[in-house]
Ligand binder design. Structure first.
Ligand code: CA
Ligand code: CA
Length: 393
């Protein structure tokens, strides 16, 4: 039973790393979209409204805004509003000229015109130094530092499921480990994520690890609620998914990555991701085995760093697999705020928020989460070794 609970725990508390999909499943996704998905608002599986932790939201509401930070745009860039083609079309992914077609997932289809108003955005992922300042000012305790909320877990388990044992509810987070068995043909996230007691933003690899000397690294093991709390204090908010993709594209139309269509630019790698054979061999051609200090790679043409790779970044929106198919019924959607419902057919009982941009664990042979259109999701109470955020205003 213990193993089963660990498994449920992993499924609910962690996001699908971008490498959880295989090339064959990506192919299946493309085939699946040949049938037009039912719009979620018109009779596709209706889910109850997403589970949201009102208690933590209440705590966030109590946080006092730092008035001087609220006016301060240091470390941010202004992004002029405009229209863009969000997502991509199945044809783009299967054309012979596109050798990376198998990377697309059905939730990226179809391409649809979207308009966003201008906004300020943090140039980099929020760093340990910045997050430390927030915690010192507010005393915020991140979700990974708290015992796991039994009520929240039970709400997302099938009806009648037994509660997990008490030891599974101690503060912990998930840390990547290269699987011990390197001979398997198919790996899943259970092979590379390990629950580490005491892992949190101060101790990214568990008890005994430290962020000393890593002030300029992205803060990780950050749950969506933690990101929201930071933004409240800093007079910012999380970007919508549309804002995030618009910003990531850096004013270039139709590119695959924030810098262009090829992985290399000027013969150089442009982001911190995983080169080699995921999850067993990291050849570290980009110079970073795990996290990199923020802004270690060139900015996109908006002046934003690490919009691809390093850490996944939380967005404001709920994740719904059919959301784009629903939106596409309108020609232009202005400042979309995401769906009211959350639905992921692979974890139907969960409520998940969108994360974007990929991480140091993303690998080009599979989904390549650092493509500008790649969508991923994670439950809002989940922090992981490769998840952080940046704010907008
Ligand atoms: Ca790397
Ligand atoms: Ca990033």
């Amino acid at each position: 039973m213990y193993i089963q609970y660990v498994s449920i725990f992993l499924i609910l508390l962690f996001l699908y790393s971008c490498n959880s999909s295989t090339p064959s499943s990506a192919k299946k996704n493309i085939e699946a979209t040949q049938k037009i998905p039912l719009c979620y608002s018109k009779g596709a599986p209706q889910k109850n409204l997403p589970f949201i932790n009102e208690q933590i939201l209440g705590e966030i509401a109590q946080i006092e805004v730092n008035e001087s930070k609220k006016k301060d745009t240091t470390g941010m860039v202004w992004i002029e509003g405009g229209s863009f083609e969000m997502g991509r079309n199945m044809e783009d992914s299967t054309s012979k000229s596109n050798t990376l077609g198998s990377q697309s997932r059905s939730d990226e289809f179809p391409k649809h015109t979207t308009k966003v108003s201008g906004f300020w955005m943090d140039k980099t992922e929020v760093t340990n130094a910045e997050f430390s300042e927030f915690v010192a000012a507010t005393g915020w305790k991140t979700v990974a530092e708290r015992p796991i909320n039994l009520e929240e877990i039970m709400a997302q388990l099938p009806k009648g499921a037994e509660p997990p044992p008490a030891e599974m509810l101690l503060p912990a987070s998930l840390v990547f480990h290269i699987p011990e068995n390197k001979q398997k043909t198919n790996y899943s996230f259970n092979d590379w994520w390990r629950v580490e007691k005491g892992a949190n933003w101060r101790h990214p690899y568990g008890e005994g690890s430290t962020i000393e000397g890593k002030e300029n690294y992205p803060a990780v093991h950050i749950a969506w609620y933690d990101a929201l709390a930071y933004c409240k204090w800093a007079g910012k908010r999380l970007p919508t998914e549309a804002e995030w993709e618009y910003a990531s594209r850096g004013n270039q139309k139709g590119n695959r990555y924030p810098w262009g269509n090829e992985l290399l630019k000027d013969s150089q790698l442009q982001a911190n991701y995983w080169q080699g054979d995921f999850p067993v061999k990291n050849t570290i051609e980009d110079g970073f085995e795990r996290l990199a200090p923020v802004a270690s790679f060139p900015a996109n043409d908006y002046g934003l760093y690490d919009m691809a790779g390093n850490v996944w970044e939380w967005c404001r929106d709920w994740y719904h697999a059919d959301y784009y198919a629903c939106k596409a019924e309108n020609d232009l959607i202005e400042n979309p705020q995401g769906p009211d419902l959350s639905f992921d057919p692979s974890i139907p009982n969960s409520s998940q928020k969108v994360i974007r941009g990929g991480s140091f664990l993303c690998n080009d042979s599979y989904c390549s989460g650092y493509r500008v259109t790649a969508r991923m999701k994670s439950s809002p109470d989940t922090g992981l070794e490769h998840t952080g955020f940046r704010g907008v205003r």
